[in-house]
Each structure stands twice: as structure tokens, then as C-alpha cells.
Design a protein around this ligand. Structure first.
Ligand code: G3H
Ligand code: 13P
Ligand code: ZN
Length: 332
């Protein structure tokens, strides 16, 4: 048993309370490799932002769970080396799908876990989430539950259609499970194809596709039922057009990739939404930068020469999110 406290990590409790009070959201960035982690930590330190490092089940399978845990421990030391006296870093399991997986993360030093029972019948979701909470709270590890289903396809997460969170269920769910935060479904989805072109309209000024608005009325109803309760938004990548264009310019083929407009995320961040999950945008930044080097310098074969620019591009992206979208800068 490794306690996250011995690794210098923190859980989400105080972080979320401050974020709700301050009208900003904590960035939850997924990581699978060293370059992503370096970019996240550097961006968080240089903007003085708390940060959540998220590990999905797919990331654990890809990079090895033990190695990822040691990397997170290293992240705390790296942040200190970069000049941050008291880093506020959470190591979080993203989309945990079983009690055993959540337990194993708690046991190996995660400070926060998500149990995603959103695809289960309601009573099964309650029972599973409660079981995880009872275990995790013994070690002061915080737990995120989920109500409502997000559409989209990722390695380990997939659903055809949204089912918005039912605000009538949230009090019962939060009370019976004891979860510390709740992920809700209001129209975001995972991946780079969040909307079909036929769902969007064309902005006459830019010629770009504008997706339908998020269901803020559902968020408002949830906040009315659970005042001050920490709410989480998954699927919050904006799919920056410049990265999509860059990928396509340098030989990629991303067609009609559409994300969540940043002004909608800015609005959410000011509410009880205190954790915003971003993964796809970092994948796009990395891929765009790597493709550019491959296209412009075909003789290059030193991975540092393409992973380095990719790391710089991701750092730029993370800082932009922190400062211009979530507002979590200058909070340490
Ligand atoms: O919510 C999904 C995250 O973007 C993680 O994706 O399962 O492909 O690692 P992944
Ligand atoms: P994106 O695919 O929009 O980046 O969402 C990531 C996410 O929700 C991770 O849990
Ligand atoms: Zn997610």
C-alpha cells in the first residue's frame, strides 16, 4: 500500500472547493508518455495552476501502471525543481470501470479515482460507486462518479448516443454513494468528432462549422439540486481548427473534426463545474507538430527532434487552456 500523501500528491477536495468559490475550473489533462507529462507540469508551474494528471485504463495498458505512478511522483519533484514550492497535483484514474481497478489505483498511490458506472442501470451504478467510495475514503482518496452517458468513441470509452444527466437523480446519487464530485452529460462527448456537420451551422464570418450549444439548462438544474457540489465535464476538447488544418496540410486526413467552443467552456468554468477534462486537444497538438517535422525534415530520425517540438506545442496548448479558458492560473 502506497499513500499518495507520501508522494507529495493531493486529493481533489480542497482544490474543488476553492475552484467553485473562485469561479474557475481545474484542468484535468490525460497523459500517456513523458513528453505530455513534462508539458503539463511545466505549463501548470509556469501559470501557477493546480492540475489533475489523468490516467485512463488505456494509458495504464499502454504505458504500464507502475511506471505511470512513478512518473506522477516524479512530476511533483519536477514541479519543485521548476520553482514551485507547493505543487498542487492530483493523480487521478480516468473512467475506472470496476471496483478492482479503482482499488488497485488507491493502493498504488492515486489520490483520486473515477468510477464510471454511467452505462449501468441506475441502482447498479449507485451500488458500484458506493463500494468504491467506501474503500477510497478510508485512505482519503476522493471519488468522481458519473450520471448520464456521453456519446463518442475512444479506446476504452464508447457510446452511440448521449443521454443527458437527469437532474431528478443527482441528490439521491450523491447522497447514497457519498461521491466527492459528479461527472454529468450535457452534450459534450469524447474524441475529435463531437458533432456531425449536419448538426452544426456555418458561421458566416469565418466559414467554420458552429455546433449546437451545450445543455446549460441541465447543468443549471443539477446545480439547483446540489448547490455547491463539484461538477465535472468530460469530453471538453475544443478541437482547434489550426491543429486540424496543420495535420491535414502535412499529410493527415481529419475530416469534419468538431469540438466544444471555448466560450462555452469558459462559461462552464465559472459555474460549479470545477474539473474540465481535456485529452484530444493534446493528441492533436502532438500529432500536428510531429507531422510538420516529418514533412519538412524527412531526413530527421532523432525522436527528440520531433517529440521536442511536440512537447513545446502541447505546453503552449495547456497554458492557453489554463489562462484563457479555465482560469486556474495564479491559484497556487
Ligand atoms: O475519456 C477518454 C480519454 O480521452 C482517454 O482515452 O481511453 O484512449 O486513453 P483512452
Ligand atoms: P476529450 O476527448 O474531449 O479530450 O475528452 C477527454 C476526457 O473526457 C477524458 O476523460
Ligand atoms: Zn472522459
Amino acid at each position: 500500500m502506497v499513500s499518495y500523501k507520501d508522494l507529495g500528491l493531493v486529493n481533489t477536495r480542497e482544490m474543488f472547493a476553492k475552484a467553485i468559490k473562485g469561479g474557475y475550473a481545474i484542468p484535468a489533462f490525460n497523459f500517456n508518455n513523458m513528453e505530455q507529462l513534462q508539458a503539463i507540469v511545466k505549463a501548470a508551474v509556469e501559470t501557477k495552476s493546480p492540475v489533475i494528471l489523468q490516467v485512463s485504463k488505456g494509458a495504464r495498458n499502454y504505458a504500464n501502471q507502475t511506471l505511470l505512478r512513478y512518473m506522477a511522483e516524479g512530476a511533483v519533484e519536477y514541479a519543485k525543481e521548476l520553482g514551485c514550492e507547493k505543487p498542487q497535483i492530483v493523480l487521478h484514474l480516468d473512467h475506472g470501470d470496476s471496483f478492482e481497478l479503482c482499488k488497485s489505483c488507491v493502493d498504488m498511490g492515486f489520490s483520486s479515482v473515477m468510477i464510471d458506472g454511467s452505462h449501468l442501470p441506475y441502482e447498479e451504478n449507485v451500488a458500484l460507486t458506493k463500494k468504491v467510495v467506501e474503500y477510497a475514503h478510508q485512505y482519503d482518496v476522493t471519488v468522481e462518479g458519473e450520471l448520464g452517458v456521453l456519446a463518442g468513441v475512444e479506446d476504452e470509452v464508447s457510446a452511440e448516443h448521449h443521454t443527458y444527466t437527469n437532474p431528478e437523480e443527482v441528490i439521491d446519487f450523491a447522497t447514497r454513494t457519498g461521491c466527492d464530485s459528479l461527472a454529468i452529460s450535457i452534450g459534450t462527448s469524447h474524441g475529435a468528432y463531437k458533432f456531425k456537420p449536419e448538426q452544426c451551422h456555418v458561421d458566416p464570418a469565418t466559414g467554420r462549422l458552429v455546433p449546437p450549444p451545450l445543455a446549460f439548462e441541465v447543468l443549471d438544474a443539477v446545480m439547483e439540486k446540489l448547490p455547491g457540489f463539484p461538477i465535472v465535464l468530460h469530453g471538453s476538447s475544443s478541437v482547434p481548427q489550426e491543429y486540424v488544418d496543420m495535420i491535414n496540410q502535412y499529410g493527415g486526413k481529419l475530416e469534419a473534426a468538431i469540438g466544444i467552443p471555448e466560450d462555452e467552456l469558459r462559461k462552464a468554468a465559472k459555474s460549479a463545474v470545477c474539473k474540465i477534462n481535456i485529452d484530444s486537444d493534446s493528441r492533436l497538438a502532438m500529432t500536428a507538430a510531429v507531422r510538420k517535422v516529418f514533412a519538412e525534415k524527412p531526413a530527421e530520425f532523432d525522436p527528440r527532434k520531433y517529440l521536442g517540438p511536440a512537447r513545446e506545442e502541447m505546453e503552449k496548448l495547456y497554458k492557453h487552456k489554463i489562462i484563457n479558458v479555465l482560469g486556474s492560473n495564479d491559484k497556487l
